[in-house]
Ligand binder design. Sequence first.
Ligand SMILES: NC(=O)c1ccc[n+]([C@@H]2O[C@H](COP(=O)([O-])OP(=O)(O)OC[C@H]3O[C@@H](n4cnc5c(N)ncnc54)[C@H](O)[C@@H]3O)[C@@H](O)[C@H]2O)c1
Length: 329
Amino acid sequence: MSVLVAGGAGYIGSHAVRQLIAAGHAPVVVDSLFRGHRQAVPDGVPFYQHDLTETDALAKLMRQHAIECVIHFAALTYVGESVQQPLLYYANNTAGSISLLRAMQAAGIKRLVFSSTAATYGEPDETPITETCRQRPTNPYGWSKWMVERVLQDQAAADPEFAAVALRYFNVAGCAADGSLGEDHTPETHLIPSILLAALGREKKLTIFGDDYPTPDGTCVRDYIHVDDLCAAHLVAMEALEPGRLEAYNLGIGRGYSVREVFDAAEAVVGRKIPVDAGPRRPGDPAVLYADSTKIQRALGWSPRYTDIESIIATAWSWFQAHPNGYGN
Ligand SMILES: NC(=O)c1ccc[n+]([C@@H]2O[C@H](COP(=O)([O-])OP(=O)(O)OC[C@H]3O[C@@H](n4cnc5c(N)ncnc54)[C@H](O)[C@@H]3O)[C@@H](O)[C@H]2O)c1
């Protein structure tokens, strides 16, 4: 299938491109490179540096490559930045997605896989979180994604041929197992890369945001899913798209690890102590977030291959050891 990958030069998108190729699909990448890396896109894959807001250019290349499905990863992803610059997030993530949808409409493309997020649930009433839990984001990033889900639901209701799936990711982690493809964010805000960069001496001393939560060791608990397992779910979801509806699936491994457990596992992987201080809580961080992903397991037969945090961290460590400066730009 000819697949347009929006945001395909980013962390998750670049892993998805590799899997699409391995599965015999023909990916085409669009990315503004605002936060992505041209080097993360394999040679031979058509690449276009466009912003999501360039509707006409997107429609043109969709026609040119006879695109059949769009996988949409392109977004800004920092919660803190979204609180400080909400207009940037609604313009980029929400209005940008509408522009992409308009381009799809102009080019007659009816199939979309959308990167949504556990941030659309906000503070959950219960854990594990199922897809029917109330979606009540607590920051503009989460709202910017929730609004796109809403738009997709309405578009599927309006167009019986339009088929979409929203995949609500929990914490995505790890890198290609051979260390050849990885994660390179500036600034780095994710826990596992920050710990590994600290192990390499590239980050200053780390702080745990709150050690007085009502959890066994007082630190926040999150669900970490390996990027390759996550991308595999996109391929099965793409094949299973049903016209006239928006389907939604959670993607996590279904168990949580505390921040301290992640530090312990990372220390075991890298074989040294990683200095860390405990600091105050960050506003808006729920104590415990982990997914119930049985819906996608039952409906599409997907299941994660990486189910323990150490093996996930080990793949990320391969990347960071081989590329201490990331992609180098
Ligand atoms: N990393 C996670 O743990 C996580 C969790 C939940 C959801 N997600 C979602 O997954 C998707 C990918 O996240 P990631 O971690 O790979 O982020 P990333 O920043 O590495 O990748 C996003 C890519 O999109 C591109 N992009 C952003 N805005 C664009 C625009 N307007 N036009 C064109 N390109 C644009 C960036 O340049 C970047 O290459 C995002 O939609 C994010 O919200 C990620």
